[in-house]
Design a protein around this ligand. Structure first.
Ligand SMILES: Nc1ncnc2c1ncn2[C@@H]1O[C@H](COP(=O)(O)OP(=O)(O)OP(=O)(O)O)[C@@H](O)[C@H]1O
Ligand SMILES: [Mg+2]
Length: 334
C-alpha cells in the first residue's frame, strides 16, 4: 500500500513559485493498477516521483509498506529504490549497451554478481517476449520493443511497485495495446502494485482498477474506474470521460429548433441496462425515434453506453418519455 498524507511540493526558482502538489491525501491499494490522469502540469509526475523520492515533498509523508520514505537515510533509500521499478515515455535505455546489458545494469546496481544474474536476464527477456533480441542495441529495436526492455529492467530486482510515467505515450495504438496487456499480465502474475500516469482515458479504461484525476496540484476526483466512467462529477472528469465515446454532435443537432422534436442522450450503466430500450420506447409510445449516435464500451467487463436519438411528440408525450427513462433501471438521461 502507498499512502500520501498531506503531501505538498513547492518549486522555487528565481523568485518563481510553483505549487506542484497541494495537500494530497491518497491511498493506492496493494496489488492494484492505479491511474493518475490530468492535463500537462497537473502534478502527476511530481506525485509519482515522490514514491521513489526522485522528488522530495516540501511537506507531508509518503508511506510505502508502512514506512515513511521521506525519513529514509541513504542506505534505506537505496534499498527502497530497488523495490520500486520505473518506466518512462522515452524508455531511458543506455544506447551503447545491448538489451541484456541494459537489464544487467539494474542487477549490478543491486550488487548481484555477473555469474549470478545471467539466468535472471533470460527469465526477464522471456517475460517481456524479447528472448531473440538479447544482443541487439536499442537503436535496432522498435518503440514497443524498447519499452519491453524498459519493463524488464524495471522488474529486474523483483520490485513490489512499478511506476509508469506516460509509458505508452510515444507508441502507436496497436503497440500501446500490447504494452498495456503486458503491464496487466505482470500485475496479475506477480501481484505488483502498478501506478500509471497518462493523459488518455483509454489507457485508464484498458487496465486500471482505480483512478485519480489531478488538476493544478490537487486530486479533484477519485474512485474505481467503472464508477468514475459511469458517474463523473467534476467538469474535468466529464471531459476526460467524454473522450472515450467520441461523441460530438453535428451543429444542426446541437441547435435543433423544430417544434415537437428534441434530442435526448441517455446513458446505459452496467448489466441491468435494458438492451431493448429503443424497441420498448417505440412500442410503448408509438413515437418517431431516429438514432443519431451511439456507443457501448466495456469497462472492467461491465457495459457502459451512450445513445443519442431524436424523438417527436407533443410536450406531454415527450414528458412521459422522460418519466419512462427515469423509471428504467440502469438507464438515465445524460
Ligand atoms: N524541477 C522543477 N522545477 C520547477 N518547476 C517544476 C519542476 N518540475 C515540475 N515543475 C512544475 O510543477 C508543475 C507540475 O509538473 P509535473 O511535471 O508534475 O506535471 P505533469 O502533470 O506530470 O505534466 P505532464 O503531463 O506535462 O508530464 C508544473 O507547473 C511544472 O512546471
Ligand atoms: Mg509528467
Amino acid at each position: 500500500m502507498i499512502e500520501f498524507i498531506n503531501v505538498s511540493k513547492v518549486y522555487r526558482k528565481k523568485g518563481n513559485v510553483v505549487h506542484a502538489l497541494k495537500d494530497i491525501y491518497l491511498t493506492i491499494p496493494k496489488g492494484k493498477i492505479f491511474g493518475l490522469i490530468g492535463y500537462s502540469g497537473a502534478g502527476k509526475s511530481t506525485l509519482l516521483r515522490t514514491i521513489n523520492l526522485l522528488e522530495t515533498p516540501t511537506s507531508g509523508k509518503v508511506i510505502v509498506n508502512g514506512q515513511d520514505v521521506t525519513t529514509f537515510n541513504q542506505s534505506a533509500l537505496r534499498k527502497h529504490r530497488l523495490n520500486v521499478g520505473m518506466i518512462f515515455q522515452q524508455f531511458n535505455l543506455i544506447h551503447s549497451k545491448t538489451v541484456a546489458e541494459n537489464i544487467a545494469f539494474s542487477l549490478k546496481a543491486a550488487g548481484i554478481k555477473e555469474k549470478d544474474y545471467q539466468g535472471r536476464i533470460d527469465e526477464l527477456l522471456a517475460l517481456v517476449g524479447l528472448t531473440e533480441r538479447k544482443n541487439n542495441y536499442p537503436k535496432e529495436l522498435s518503440g514497443g520493443q524498447k519499452q519491453r526492455v524498459g519493463i524488464a529492467r524495471a522488474l529486474a530486482n523483483n520490485p513490489d511497485i512499478l511506476l509508469c510515467d506516460e509509458a505508452t505515450s510515444a507508441l502507436d495504438p496497436e503497440t500501446t495495446k500490447s504494452i498495456l496487456d503486458l503491464i496487466q499480465n505482470i500485475n496479475r502474475q506477480l501481484g505488483i502494485t502498478v501506478v500509471v500516469i497518462t493523459h488518455e482515458m483509454d489507457v485508464i479504461k484498458e487496465i486500471c482498477d482505480e483512478v485519480a484525476v489531478m488538476d493544478h496540484g490537487e486530486i479533484v476526483e477519485l474512485g474505481d474506474v467503472f464508477t468514475i466512467f459511469s458517474n463523473p462529477k467534476s467538469s474535468l472528469t466529464k471531459h476526460f470521460v467524454n473522450e472515450i465515446y467520441h461523441l460530438e454532435l453535428p451543429e444542426k443537432y446541437i441547435n435543433l429548433q423544430e417544434p415537437n422534436k428534441e434530442i435526448i442522450t441517455v446513458k446505459f450503466i452496467g448489466d441491468k441496462a435494458e438492451t431493448a430500450f429503443v424497441n420498448n420506447l417505440y412500442k410503448q409510445f408509438n413515437c418517431d425515434i431516429s438514432i443519431i449516435q451511439g456507443r457501448i464500451e466495456y469497462i472492467q467487463n461491465q457495459p457502459l453506453g451512450m445513445l443519442t436519438f431524436s424523438v417527436s411528440g407533443t410536450n406531454e408525450e415527450r414528458q412521459r418519455i422522460y418519466e419512462y427513462i427515469q423509471a428504467s433501471e440502469g438507464i438515465e438521461v445524460a
